[in-house]
Design a protein around this ligand. Structure first.
Ligand SMILES: [Zn+2]
Length: 341
């Protein structure tokens, strides 16, 4: 009987004894896959440890995906980037001709960064993981007002020399500094091409590809036509993360509508639809909404559900839930309910 895919992310420990214990608990609590964060810090200092972490996870019966957690500060993740300080010329440049606002985010068109990502994929393949998880790839967008006498001004990336050159090549004129439709399309294509590059390279190494888009089609966040990502041939799993507590949305409406959109595009392009459930920063007394979210996603046709993160994200105060143990009890109940359906 084909069973539901149920998983959670993990970044709490690199001590194998604890990892083994946690992976066993994860499996006992209904998970059959895990998404391990593999940050720049891990690449630099835990390369061998990650091989052991993946091995321990597989021994617990879990399928393993690796996540380039916060790498270059252009994926989701609470982790610093050494890359941007080592290669400051690869940083995104913002649409701010009056001067320079330095940001610690790398340009997705940077060849040096793409090479770095190829090395990340190489390590991911070496660990023996089944797949990779491309989480919330994005470019910078900010609304600055205190600098401009409280007049709102949109400042976005990337306007570096490489991006300017590519824009001119595509459009035949200089890249505007205003947030025009052409700029929106160019930024979107930058992210799509980057994802396609990564997914093709990972597929060649025998890795499955999963992608998670922000639960919005606001062009400021980059991807406003999800179809462009769903179309990527080497992408296997297509998903989003409708974190209803975070976005202050109604759980049924938000998780329902995002799930239906993900399912529709996945059917059209033969992808496996995936939905992420918010298991971090969960407010006290609202934990039962997790069960609702899983039900809503399931009824929309989702059979691959993941939660961010293990044990209510107890290991990190910045994103910890108010009652992480209660959060995880609810995730566990939901997962055990659907484990064999
Ligand atoms: Zn650029």
């Amino acid at each position: 009987m084909p069973c539901m895919k149920l998983g959670t992310s993990y970044f709490g420990s690199r001590i194998l004894r604890h990892v083994r214990e946690d992976m066993k608990k994860m499996a006992d609590d209904g998970c059959n896959f895990v998404v391990h964060a593999m940050s720049e810090h891990d690449v630099a200092y835990h390369a061998g440890t990650m091989v052991d972490v993946v091995k321990a996870s597989r021994e617990a019966g879990l399928e393993v995906f690796l996540d380039p957690w916060g790498i270059g500060r252009v994926f989701g993740g609470e982790s610093f980037s050494q890359f941007v300080s080592t290669y400051p010329q690869c940083r995104q440049r913002l649409s701010f001709p009056e001067g320079e606002i330095t940001i610690s985010k790398v340009c997705l068109n940077s060849k040096t960064f793409k090479d770095f990502m190829l090395a990340w994929i190489e390590l991911a393949a070496k660990t023996g993981a089944e797949g990779v998880f491309w989480d919330e790839p994005h470019l910078f967008f900010g609304e600055f007002s205190p600098l401009f006498g409280d007049k709102k001004r949109d400042v976005w990336g990337c306007t570096c020399k490489t991006c300017e050159g590519l824009f001119k090549e595509t459009h035949g004129y200089e890249m505007p500094m205003d947030f025009t439709d052409e700029v929106k399309a160019f930024r979107q294509m930058t992210i799509v091409h980057f994802l396609e590059f990564l997914a093709n390279a990972a597929a060649k190494k025998g890795l499955k590809n999963a992608v998670c888009l922000f639960p919005t089609t606001d062009p400021r966040y980059g991807i406003y036509e999800w179809e462009k990502v769903a179309m990527i041939a080497s992408m296997d799993i297509f998903g989003s993360d409708p974190y209803w507590y975070g976005y202050k949305q109604d759980v049924v409406e938000f998780v329902g509508s995002v799930s239906r959109d993900v399912v529709a595009l996945s059917r059209k392009y033969n992808k496996e639809p995936q939905i992420w459930i918010q298991g971090y920063r969960v407010p006290e007394n609202r934990e039962a909404e997790i069960l609702t979210a899983v039900d809503v996603a399931y009824h929309a046709g989702i059979r691959n559900i993941a939660t961010w993160s293990f044990e209510g994200t107890d290991c990190m105060t910045y994103v910890r839930s108010e009652r992480p143990d209660v959060v995880w009890q609810h995730v566990r109940s939901a997962y055990l309910k659907y484990r064999n359906t």
